[in-house]
Design a protein around this ligand. Structure first.
Ligand code: HAM
Length: 423
């Protein structure tokens, strides 16, 4: 039998309900924050990610799914959402038509050819936001507040917000020079990736998983000592606004992020999955990405969170997302003769806002009761010859087992009184 590709998974049964619940919660949260939904293609011209995500990142050098289309164009399955949203912002001239800040959210599959392990998949789902046009520390704090609020709504406890700043371009250049000077004596001891990073982007050495335990990494220069006063003030303001929202955070100078586009604020929210610290989400400010992709200078800030790691953490903390939603009414016919009436009745219930299901398999009377139980039906409705002739329906409350004969005209008000509307 052909099996699913390595690093992918199927969503089946109860998992589907959990995912839809998370998506609904995020959609409603985004309405409250007044962000608009944006959707971009799953594949883009490969060049976008080279320019956007960065030539020295692991994502671009080792992890993209690249292919040539039938007209020999280089295409890449998106490894993340930011580059595509920025491309769309430019291509649709949103910088000219939107009032700033332009606040956008997205949700969809991303693809990275990583070694599959706990919390790491080759196809995974991200929810993310990208905000354009506001060079304001308040905006960074708002973006950080989104995952924090979301995790809080879900009842997650063991999460830590870690923030850092990479400063503006001037601060970054100073820091870059300091890192080159510092790391030079250790080049021979570095892994092959870090040797390449040393020349192209020494900041990425700090994010190396292979070399992280080495002594020289511990005393590497810290960005905080190379920030100019504008960058310092910006970061202090981000912290001030986080304090205003009473968000608990920790300044962690080792957070540099795995993508090249960040300036100023970078952050991650960490949780523990099976004993390993794992980033539940990450993001930050990118004031030059729009320009680098070919647009007018426009500041940006955003973040993305992964669904898979979130679901693992929820499982680890024994948080049940939604009591599995049962059907309101299970309807069946007393004999095959009434199937047509039953079929129309089920549809009428659905059109009036109730969830309803029926028997498609010509089950026997008792088997229908078993089926109603399996579906968790609150009410069972039976339509037989007598019911059809006299325009009524026999309802059974599936908990109390009480029976009611309800005239067709009164069915909706009968159910309205007894079944609470669910969010
Ligand atoms: P990222 O840190 O690469 O950032 O990914 C964000 C989140 O996606 C991670 O924290 C993690 O939850 C999830 N994730 C990443 N890779 C995998 C994987 N292989 N399997 C499962 N989950 C994964 C970005 O993607 C940036 N675009 C975030 C951003 C938006 N920055 C500014 N705007």
């Amino acid at each position: 039998m052909v099996q699913k590709p390595k690093g992918t998974y199927d969503v089946i049964g109860e998992k589907g309900k959990e995912i839809l619940y998370l998506e609904k919660l995020l959609t409603s949260l985004m309405e409250k924050y007044n962000y608009q939904y944006i959707r971009t293609p799953i594949f883009e011209n490969s060049e976008l990610f080279h320019r956007g995500v960065g030539e020295t990142t692991d994502i671009v050098t080792k992890e993209t799914y690249d292919f040539k289309d039938r007209s020999d164009r280089n295409m890449t399955l998106r490894p993340e959402g930011t580059a595509g949203v920025v491309r769309s912002f430019l291509e649709n001239k949103m910088y000219a038509t939107e009032t700033f800040p332009s606040k956008n959210w997205y949700l969809g599959p991303m693809y990275r050819y990583e070694r599959p392990q706990a919390g790491r998949f080759r196809e995974f789902y991200q929810f993310g936001v990208e905000v354009f046009g506001a060079d304001s520390a308040m905006m960074d704090a708002e973006v950080i507040s989104i995952p924090v609020t979301f995790y809080k709504l879900l009842g997650l406890k063991g999460v830590k917000v870690k923030i850092n700043t990479l400063g503006d371009n001037v601060s970054r250049e100073n820091y870059h020079r300091a890192l080159i000077q510092y790391f030079e004596p250790y080049i021979e001891d570095m892994c092959e990736d870090c040797k390449a990073r040393f020349l192209k982007n020494p900041l990425r050495i700090l994010d190396c998983k292979k070399d992280s335990h080495k002594d020289y990494m511990k005393s590497a220069p810290k960005i905080i000592d190379y920030l100019n006063s504008e960058s310092k003030v910006f970061f202090e303001n981000v912290c001030k606004y986080l304090d205003a929202l009473e968000i608990d955070y920790e300044i962690d100078t080792s957070i540099v992020r795995g993508l090249d586009y960040y300036t100023h604020t970078v952050f991650e929210v960490e949780a523990n999955i099976k004993g390993n610290a794992c980033a539940l989400c990450g993001g930050g400010r990118y004031n030059h990405l729009v320009e680098n992709i070919g647009g007018p200078s426009t500041p940006g800030v955003g973040f993305a969170l992964g669904f898979e790691r979130l679901i693992s953490v929820l499982e680890e903390e024994n948080i049940e997302l939604c009591s599995s939603k049962a059907v309101d009414v299970y309807v069946f016919a007393n004999t095959l003769e009434e199937n047509k009436e039953v079929f129309a009745f089920v549809q009428m219930l659905r059109m009036n806002g109730f969830s309803a299901d029926t028997d498609y398999m010509d089950r026997k009377y008792k088997a229908n009761f078993n089926r109603a139980d399996r579906l968790g039906a609150k009410y069972i409705a039976i339509i037989g010859k007598e019911e059809v002739e006299n325009h009524f329906v026999t309802f059974k409350d599936n908990q109390t087992k009480e029976e009611y004969h309800v005239h067709m005209e009164n069915v909706i008000s009968f159910l309205d009184e007894r079944i609470e509307e669910e969010e």
